[in-house]
Design a protein around this ligand. Structure first.
Ligand code: AMP
Length: 192
């Protein structure tokens, strides 16, 4: 089993790259943002609670996202491993993830940090707002999301840096070049 976290600010390309890598390596992408948007679209109680928080750019509770991740891991037991996309975002989530993996005899093997500067992120968000119509892709929400990201990356990255498993990826490059960088790093480790 091989478990990797795709880490990076909103619109860094985590989802795009996760979908490409998922197909090539038989890993299962688990995106808490996608799961929450599905709940909102279905109009569930959880979705109703989460929507206002998501639209403001703030984080939903640890309890909610940890529960969703636990359920999805149970359902995807046939995967060769997981790509965690947008999770964990707090220290508590990182610890809960470690515990869930430990119970399954697994661990986080690698954290890939997609690095993109703020100016490029804002330009991508404006483009995505037009293409996908996501209700949190607004300039105001984006400012909050970037602030939150700075806070939570300071909270979560050191947790993995201590384990020496964080690798930086230049996320400013075109999509296929970013994929090549990711594959070069994965290749060193994924067969182990
Ligand atoms: P994303 O698609 O990953 O940018 O997530 C969209 C929104 O969903 C975030 O701005 C948060 O409100 C919420 N969200 C997604 N993942 C998490 C998480 N791991 N912890 C807390 N909130 C999350």
């Amino acid at each position: 089993m091989f478990n990797v976290i795709f880490f990076g600010p909103p619109a860094a390309g985590k989802g795009t790259q996760a979908k490409i890598i998922e197909q090539k390596y038989g890993l299962k992408q688990l995106s808490t943002g996608d799961m929450l948007r599905a709940q909102v679209a279905e109009g569930t109680e959880l979705g109703k609670q989460a929507k206002a928080i998501m639209d403001s750019g703030k984080l939903v509770s640890d309890e909610i996202v940890i529960g969703m991740i636990a359920d999805s891991m149970d359902k995807a037991s046939k995967a060769k491993g997981f790509i965690f996309d947008g999770f964990p975002r707090t220290h508590a989530q990182a610890q809960a993830l470690d515990n869930m993996l430990k119970e399954r005899g697994q661990q986080i093997n690698m954290v890939l940090e997609l690095q993109v500067d703020d100016k490029a992120l804002l330009a991508r968000i404006e483009k995505r707002a037009k293409e996908e119509g996501r209700s949190d892709d607004t300039v105001d929400a984006m400012k909050v999301r970037l602030e939150q990201y700075r806070k939570y990356s300071a909270d979560v990255l050191p947790y993995y840096q201590k384990q020496d498993i964080v690798f930086g990826i230049d996320g400013m490059r075109p999509v296929d070049e970013v994929t090549l960088q990711i594959e070069a790093i994965l290749a060193e480790d994924i067969t182990a």
